[in-house]
Design a protein around this ligand. Sequence first.
Ligand SMILES: CC(C)(COP(=O)(O)OP(=O)(O)OC[C@H]1O[C@@H](n2cnc3c(N)ncnc32)[C@H](O)[C@@H]1OP(=O)(O)O)[C@@H](O)C(=O)NCCC(=O)NCCS
Length: 331
Amino acid sequence: MYPKLPNAVICATGSYLPQKVLTNKDLEKMVDTTSEWIETRTGILERRLADDDMASAEMGYRASLKAIEDAPGVKAEDIDLIIAATVTPDYQFPSTACLIQGKLGAKKAACFDLGAACPGFIYALTCGAQFIKTQEYKLILVVATDTLSRITDWQDRNTCVLFGDGASACLLKACREERGIISCLLGADGSGENLLKVPGGGSRLPASETTVKEGLHYVKMSGNEVFKFAVRIMEKTARDILKKNGLQVSDVDWFIPHQANIRIIESVAKRLKISMQKVILNVQKYGNVSAVSIPIALDEMNRSGRFKKGDLILLDAFGSGLTWASCLIKW
Ligand SMILES: CC(C)(COP(=O)(O)OP(=O)(O)OC[C@H]1O[C@@H](n2cnc3c(N)ncnc32)[C@H](O)[C@@H]1OP(=O)(O)O)[C@@H](O)C(=O)NCCC(=O)NCCS
């Protein structure tokens, strides 16, 4: 018999949200839209925007500091690995994880970025959990950070009303109890690459006068198709992970879906027959903050003391790639 491997548990959380608030009323002055349209079609009331001198690494650093403060006795120097989930890194290279490490003084930590768009936090959590399980590393910082305002076309009403900026982090360590990250399910379908992408600025279409003139460094999205995909895949991945673990929807205490649109969330909850009272929402306050939306919800629930020991939490996300991911956590 091999000895049982430890579980990875989230032992601390922290978030950073920029102070600047952009309301739907503000957007009415920027594009041809109405506050009512945004609220009824998306559920978003306002979103946060980073100041001009703030970018993903600085927000990720501030969220990480909060997570470290939340872990008694833990110092930045104790961290073995930093994984940063982001689609808006400060630079092509070095990685945002390296920049966060430098700011924290987490000298021992290995660092890399992980690009899986909106499910990026679940992908990074899954990845970190494997290093804990194999006992390769003892303390891992998983950070999600995105400055989507920098890749948003503020003249495109189809997309500019949807996104916001922010960062959120958690620390993972080993635990011998039957709790923590108990299961993860990741998926992707690259044939959907054109539904949601930033076409310019990479090696395919390097930044040039033309890419800038044509706005190719901004998010391009087929909103309606992404919507349909999201509802279908979020239901499927939630059902699949529960089945894989011999669990029912009724076993779930809290459902934390990616926060892109309240109508997507409500449709998924209805299909799963999960009460909206179990669904954690922050889309109204922050809009879609890509990989950051789910860990902000985890952090707010953790800090408000609403999670009870032993609660079963289901995370569920979809995004550009196309990608999707779900995760079961026993708190
Ligand atoms: C983008 C989204 C809110 C649009 O809502 P929708 O109900 O699907 O609306 P449609 O795309 O069908 O557009 C309906 C009309 O509203 C218009 N419209 C779009 N944005 C608008 C805005 N901000 N204000 C007013 N009208 C708007 C469209 O131009 C369209 O007008 P038309 O019929 O004259 O062409 C919705 O499709 C969505 O949330 N999709 C998923 C996006 C997502 O999750 N992205 C991130 C993935 S991580």
